[in-house]
Design a protein around this ligand. Structure first.
Ligand code: PEP
Length: 266
């Protein structure tokens, strides 16, 4: 069936964090979400399971209408070597990941500075992973200093890229706006779609100022932070974003599937 050009192309990504407990449960969720992903005509579905479950996922390609793509939740800032417990970007790619989530607030809280995040992004891009960089402020202060935080997080990443990485950036970089105060909270904590829209414009503007308008406009911006099926609809419709990065609700195949269906209908 031909894809109608007026339809919006969303990315619906799920970050499973350190869940579920067993490979059997992971396979059940993979199967249910992949069925949904295959029936989506305009929506790319990305699942980020814990690393040991990557190869059990059915990743096919980065197009809508195929099985869900796989993402690694983090990669090492090093290429390879004596780094016990770490997973390299190349290993993730070779185990089937096509995407990487870098700079998640839970990784930043565990010690990832802007510098480390930028090194990890470079590793991921060099390994051929489409890279979802998470940015977001810890609080929204009345003087809008939070804008500076987000700006600095973005510039640390884009300012560290080499020319070759910049050339392929519109295909390989995705920014996820995840205000830390809204991640893992109750579902009425998510910001209003109009606030998300404002932030999405701001993020594209910051990238445009650094790398040029052509790139800034094309980099997809996702929203993440206490999204459930109910609030996802207004966010997708009016949030001026290119998709969602969903945490807890991505393990609920019914609700996450509902988000995929809704995104695909827009
Ligand atoms: C996340 O972990 O990226 C996230 C957005 O979590 P939640 O949806 O549970 O707030």
């Amino acid at each position: 069936m031909p894809v109608k050009s007026q339809k919006r192309n969303f990315i619906i990504a799920g970050n499973w964090k350190m869940n579920p407990d067993s490979l059997a449960d992971a396979k059940t969720i993979f199967a249910a979400i992949s069925r949904k992903a295959r029936s989506a005509r305009h929506t790319v579905v990305v699942l980020a399971p814990p690393a040991p479950f990557l190869s059990a996922g059915a990743s096919r390609s980065g197009r809508a209408g195929t099985a869900a793509c796989l993402a690694i939740q983090d990669v090492s800032e090093h290429v390879s070597g004596a780094f016990t417990g770490s997973v390299s970007a190349r290993q993730a790619r070779s185990a089937g990941a096509e995407y990487a989530i870098i700079g998640h607030s839970e990784r930043r809280k565990a010690g990832d500075t802007d510098m480390i995040v930028s090194q990890k992004v470079r590793q991921a891009l060099d390994a051929g992973l489409r890279t979802i960089v998470c940015v977001g402020e810890t609080e929204r202060d009345p003087h809008a200093h939070y804008l500076r935080t987000v700006r600095e997080q973005i510039l640390a990443v884009v300012g560290a890229l080499d020319k070759k990485q910049v050339r392929s950036l519109t295909h390989s970089l995705i920014v996820a706006y995840e205000p830390v105060w809204a991640v893992g909270k109750s579902y009425d904590t998510a910001p209003k779609p109009s606030d998300i829209h404002e932030m999405s414009i701001y993020i594209k503007k910051v990238i445009a100022e650094s790398l040029g308008k052509k790139i800034g406009i094309k980099i997809p911006v996702l929203y993440g932070g206490s999204v459930d099926l109910e609030n996802s609809k207004a966010i997708l419709k009016d949030g001026g974003i290119d998709g969602l990065l969903v945490g807890r609700q991505s393990l609920d195949s019914k609700d996450f599937g509902g988000m995929i269906d809704y995104a695909d209908s827009l």
